[in-house]
Design a protein around this ligand. Structure first.
Ligand SMILES: Nc1nc2c(ncn2[C@@H]2O[C@H](COP(=O)(O)O[C@H]3[C@@H](O)[C@H](n4cnc5c(=O)[nH]c(N)nc54)O[C@@H]3COP(=O)(O)O)[C@@H](O)[C@H]2O)c(=O)[nH]1
Length: 710
């Protein structure tokens, strides 16, 4: 027992110490008032099994629900009974400790109020000797329930926050304003490739220099923080600990002191690498052509804007070139779409190889490419590039084992002279390209105002043709085919257009236009119906064997119900199928071989004859040719023209005729203009002839007279 424990209790001590000062006042009364008015309970108790109270102040009422009389000497209840059962032993142990030690103690525990509620109390006391020299406890018990509960709430909240922080799958951080980590959670450490938060904090000591791939990224982060106090979706590429890179998105804000001083930044980090790459992929798909990997129209617009802006800043010029692959359709139709695709990929590669990295090659659609040549010094440089492109494209290309040569036609517009926006420059380059095509294959042409007028005319021609087809203002003429004995054995139906606006327009001009703008189907049905009705009329007039030949366009050949549609026209006209020949080109046959076989099979089953027109100008596969149910080969005019001239024309014509005969096909020589040609073709064994030597195409009304004349 120490000194304090052996000193007398508080009542006599208080009395003694203050005796002199209190001489003049009723010190006993003052003490009573003070003790009984304290919020809490002053007590003296025995150190026994009940903590038998010798004295409790009035505060016991509020604290325990019992008044002093009821508590003192355990009249109604003992303090041991009031003490929460779970806390009785710890309290006693604490007091025993104090008895063996400093004699003073503090102990926090629960009591059960008279009304049954629990209260947290703090007891501060000392072991003292009473007036008889027995050891007793004197002390003060106060209600600290509110304090304990709020502390508990605080620590619960802290615990909750800690587990959110620690267990979150989202990376979280606090960083100093000068770019060092103050705190980081496990998810962030994992994200950046560290074993734990401590390792991250120690290892990544310079965020600006060590984390971001793009230098200056932290400066941007700080600028945003300074200006807006926060960043949202701040996307950056960052290094992980092992040097690999990931993409992250940060959301963060500034934490300030009550005075508004920035203290630190805190925020979250998400790994968006997969998302980022997916977005990149979508962006790439939206801006690039899947076949060639070149920029598409969307990106072209963007690139042109940049280049035009740069040229205008520097006061330089640039050019936009529209490149169209000549004969692409022929390759596509004759060797199939797979070969056509390979051709486009190779053309794209060659175009790129002719330009600098800073230039743009874009696929505009189909076989059309657009080049943006920025920053070239004048015309000479541009001309040099254009020649280089044409030479590169003209090099032979091997497609599925077959060597093919193509050229390209190029139209060029110059910026800013011919315009500065994509639409205008494209329109002008397109007009120039069409002009180049007209000049022959493999040409280039610069845009001029005259071409603009031509382009406008083409547009006007397009509308006029549309109207003419809708109003059935076209007509059909008939060119005879003659057999070896000089007798007319049939006619080819050829369309004519006499336009009020444009005069007589050649089919060479409007048939490709109708192909381009999708009017060819309607046009062909018109010709087919006219021709079938006409042939039926000839039959009725005593020419039952005259056959009528109608040209079928590629798009119509791809039509699903071609045979059924032809059957319907024959029925409507009352013409036997044997009187009808359909002329198709070799390119159309080779496009989709299976489909061609099916369509031709249906037509043949109906009894319609099939002729392959312009034979020798495409890329026919002879292996396939024998599989198609065809009846006639028409030797192209270009060979017929030369068959009597001693050039290669004779050899080719002879080869075609003998090929046709070996496949049991009839041969029609088209474009016969001279008697000498006829003689050669006759000698070669051609069965039929067509050409100006016999007759030019004529209106239906002249056919009767022609037949009578022969
Ligand atoms: N899909 C369709 N195409 C058609 C139709 N009508 C015509 N065409 C095609 O347009 C091209 C030009 O045709 P056109 O101006 O009618 O010329 C034909 C003949 O007039 C011409 N020909 C005939 N004989 C001679 C000749 O001795 N010399 C010479 N210089 N030209 C001659 O040839 C054209 C017929 O050719 P082809 O069809 O290959 O037998 C032409 O490609 C037509 O096919 C149509 O209704 N639909």
């Amino acid at each position: 027992m120490n000194d304090q424990a052996s000193s007398p209790g508080f009542l006599p001590v208080l009395r003694k110490r203050r005796e002199s000062a209190w001489n003049r006042i009723d010190s006993e009364r003052v003490l009573q008032v003070l003790v009984h008015n304290l919020e809490g309970m002053v007590f003296r108790c025995a150190i026994d099994e009940h903590w038998t109270m010798h004295f409790v102040s009035d505060g016991s009422r509020e604290l325990t629900g019992y008044c002093p009389d009821e508590l003192e000497y355990n009249k109604v209840v003992s303090y041991e009974a009031i003490t929460h059962p779970e806390d009785r032993l710890p309290v006693r142990q604490r007091i025993v400790e104090a008895m063996n030690g400093v004699a003073r103690y503090r102990v926090q525990y629960r009591i059960v109020h008279r009304d049954g509620s629990e209260k947290w109390v703090l007891e501060r006391g000392a072991i003292v000797l009473d007036e008889e020299g027995r050891r007793v406890l004197e002390g003060f018990v106060e209600d600290i329930t509110d304090q304990v509960l709020s502390q508990r709430q605080l620590s619960d909240a802290e615990q909750r926050y800690r587990s959110i922080f620690e267990d979150s799958v989202v990376g979280m951080f606090q960083t100093s304003i000068d770019g060092r980590y103050i705190a980081a959670n496990r998810a962030l450490a994992q994200l950046y490739g560290y074993a734990g938060a401590a390792e991250l904090i120690a290892g990544l000591s310079d965020i600006a220099g060590d984390l971001y791939v793009e230098s200056g990224r932290r400066d941007e982060f700080e600028t945003l923080m300074r200006e807006h106090g926060r960043v949202s979706d701040f996307e950056s590429e960052v290094y992980r600990r092992d040097g690999s890179r990931i993409w992250i998105s940060e959301h963060a804000h500034v934490v300030r002191s009550p005075g508004g001083e920035p203290l630190y930044y805190e925020g979250t980090v998400e790994d968006i690498t997969a998302q980022y790459h997916y977005r990149q992929q979508l962006e790439y798909q939206a801006t690039h052509d899947p076949l060639t990997g070149l920029p598409n129209r969307n990106l072209l617009q963007d690139r042109l804007q940049q280049v035009v802006r740069l040229a205008s800043r520097r006061g330089t010029k640039g050019s936009l070139a529209f490149v169209d692959v000549d004969n692409f359709k022929l390759v596509n139709d004759s060797l199939g779409h797979g070969a056509g695709d390979k051709l486009l990929v190779e053309v794209a590669r060659r175009l790129k190889s002719c330009l600098r990295d800073s230039d743009t090659v874009a696929r505009y659609g189909g076989d059309e490419f657009v080049l943006i040549l920025g920053d070239y010094d004048g015309l000479a440089e541009t001309l040099h590039i254009l020649h280089r492109i044409q030479d590169a494209i003209a090099e032979p290309i091997t497609l599925d084992g077959q060597e093919v040569r193509v050229n390209c036609s190029i139209g060029v517009s110059i910026f800013p002279d011919d315009g500065v926006d994509l639409d205008v420059l494209l329109r002008h380059a397109d007009a120039a390209m069409h002009h180049a095509k007209k000049l022959g294959k493999g040409q280039f042409q610069f845009y001029t105002e005259t071409l603009n007028v031509e382009a406008r005319e083409r547009l006007a021609l397009d509308s006029a043709l549309r109207r003419a087809i809708e109003e059935e203002a076209l007509s059909v003429v008939y060119q005879p085919k003659v057999n070896a004995r000089g007798r007319a054995c049939g006619f080819e139906a050829l369309v004519r257009w006499e336009s009020a606006e444009f005069g007589s327009v050649s089919p060479v001009r409007f048939i490709p236009l109708a192909e381009e703008n999708g009017l060819i189907g309607q046009l062909t049905w018109f010709v087919l119906r006219q021709a079938c009705h006409q042939a039926a009329a000839w039959r009725a007039a005593g020419h039952p064997d005259l056959r009528i030949a109608v040209n079928i366009s590629p798009s119509l050949f791809r039509e699903k119900d071609l045979a059924a549609l032809v059957g319907a026209v024959l029925e409507e006209a009352g013409l036997p199928a044997a009187n009808l020949e359909l002329e198709i080109t070799e390119g159309m046959l080779m496009g989709d071989v299976q489909r061609s076989l099916a369509v031709l099979g249906e037509l043949k089953a109906m009894g319609v004859d099939i002729a392959v027109d312009d034979f020798g100008t495409g890329y026919s596969s002879l292996a396939y040719l024998k599989r198609f149910p065809i009846d006639i080969l028409k030797v192209d005019r270009s060979f017929v023209l030369e068959c009597d001239s001693g050039n290669g024309g004779l050899a080719i014509t002879r080869a075609i005729v003998s090929l046709a005969h070996s496949l049991n096909l009839r041969v029609v020589a088209e474009g016969v203009e001279q008697q000498t040609q006829l003689a050669v073709l006759n000698a070669l064994g051609c069965e039929e002839f067509q050409g100006y030597y016999f007759a030019r195409p004529m209106p239906a009304g002249q056919v009767a007279a022609y037949l009578a004349g022969r």
